[in-house]
Design a binder for this molecule. Structure first.
Ligand SMILES: [Zn+2]
Length: 57
């Protein structure tokens, strides 16, 4: 089994870039509120709601 680094960590899908991201320690208190994989995505997600069909750029 090659994947022993990510055992039971929860994941979410970022609505901006549509990638799965994994729980991080810095989010341990905030995980329920985390929506985006990164600050950049949080910015895009909150200021600029755009159609999610953005996979070809
Ligand atoms: Zn993202």
């Amino acid at each position: 089994m090659p994947n022993k680094a990510q055992q039971n960590l929860p994941t979410k899908r970022c609505p901006v870039c549509r990638r799965l991201f994994t729980w991080r320690k810095k989010w341990q208190r905030d995980w329920a509120r985390v929506k985006y994989c990164s600050k950049a995505c949080a910015k895009r997600g909150s200021c600029d709601p755009q159609p999610l069909d953005d996979g070809h750029r």
